[in-house]
Design a protein around this ligand. Structure first.
Ligand SMILES: [Mg+2]
Length: 350
């Protein structure tokens, strides 16, 4: 199989402002890696790598080096199954963000061959319709409240507020006051709180009726300790989901799964089985993915029982043609076979 790799730079329309991205004056474009995989019989599939060093510590260079090693493996891999190909690639470089690109391209290629969308290959009879949250950045309280009202007007029933930077407590309180009791609010500290700070802020936020708190601190022990202190609040692990120890026993309520961190559709399915096996709920989110990554998450959702809204409404942050636009706070996979039609053109427009 022939693997080709293209780096694309997505310019920001609305730069992300979170605990790990402070400088919004002149943000660098967000690099995304598009891969094209062609089999010996001429079938083609596309995938994407979306490393986000500030989130997962994985650099673009690391992904490109891993993909270069996969190119050699795949060139000599005639007649191998999807699982065998992934095992060979993981043997060359076990980097989930790079493995995800090949995995997505293999699923896309299989769908193109079969003339079926990936959600159907995964055994579903109907395309999933997924509730998605809007993300409210770590803005000052008044600006966050205005952004929240705007998102609710656009049909979102769940808002995820970034915390860990600035006036966290006042921001969440201002948003709750602005949108009323009927909107679900979740917060995400991206692991930036210290333990004492997390305990204190969650205490102060007790009457804001949070649906969920994602990654208040990093690490299994810290998250477990906070979960014990706040038994009525659903705590979710996100970044800590890369630690296998999280899956040995349930330490909190939920795990956020990501195409990039888990190593593609196949990796999300594997981690979902592990998570459900010990009693976690799961939901999906993007690492500021391009449309191939978002589409992959929408397809794999068909095979998972998800009880919570997903963080996949992130494409409108980029200066690019509109694809996979949420309607009434919901997203559904694109039309067409494989991962879907009109996705690759998005990268070419950047
Ligand atoms: Mg998160």
């Amino acid at each position: 199989m022939k693997l080709e790799v293209f780096v694309r730079q997505a310019r920001w329309r609305v730069p992300l402002r979170t605990a790990f991205t402070h400088d919004t004056a002149t943000p660098e474009p967000r690099p995304l890696v598009l891969v094209r995989l062609e089999s010996a019989d001429g079938a083609v599939g596309y995938g994407e790598a979306a490393p986000l060093a500030a989130y997962d510590g994985t650099t673009l260079d690391a992904v490109l080096a891993a993909l270069a090693s996969y190119r050699l493996v795949l060139a000599r891999a005639a007649g191998l199954s999807h699982a065998e190909l992934m095992a060979k690639c993981a043997g060359a470089a076990a980097l989930p963000q790079a493995l995800a690109a090949v995995d997505l391209a293999l699923w896309d290629l299989a769908g193109q061959r079969a003339g079926l969308p990936v959600w159907e290959l995964l055994g579903s009879k109907v395309a999933p319709v997924l509730e998605v949250n809007a993300t409210i950045d770590a803005l000052d309280p008044a600006a966050a409240a205005a952004a929240a009202r705007d998102a609710v007007e656009r049909g979102f029933g769940t808002l995820k507020l970034k915390v860990g930077d600035g006036e966290d407590v006042r921001r969440v309180q201002a948003v709750r006051a602005a949108v009323g009791a009927g909107v679900r609010l979740r917060i995400d500290a991206n692991g930036s709180w210290l333990m004492d700070e997390a305990m204190s802020k969650l205490n102060q936020l007790e009457d804001t009726q949070l649906e969920l708190c994602e990654e208040p601190v990093h690490g299994v022990f810290g998250i477990a300790a906070i979960a014990r202190s706040f038994p009525r609040l659903t705590l979710a692990a996100d970044e800590t989901g890369s630690d296998p120890a999280l899956f040995r026993a349930r330490v909190c309520g939920a795990v956020c799964l990501k195409i990039s961190r888990c190593g593609g559709i196949t990796g999300v399915l594997r981690d979902a089985v592990a998570a459900h096996g010990v009693g976690y709920e799961t939901y999906l989110a993007s690492t500021l993915d391009g449309p191939l990554g978002i589409a992959a998450a929408l397809h794999v959702a068909a095979a998972l029982e998800l009880h919570r809204p997903c963080g996949l409404a992130t494409l409108d942050r980029f200066e690019a043609p509109e694809v996979l636009r949420p309607r009434g706070g919901h997203l559904t996979p694109p039309r067409g076979s494989g991962l879907g039609e009109r996705l690759v053109g998005w990268y070419d427009s950047l």
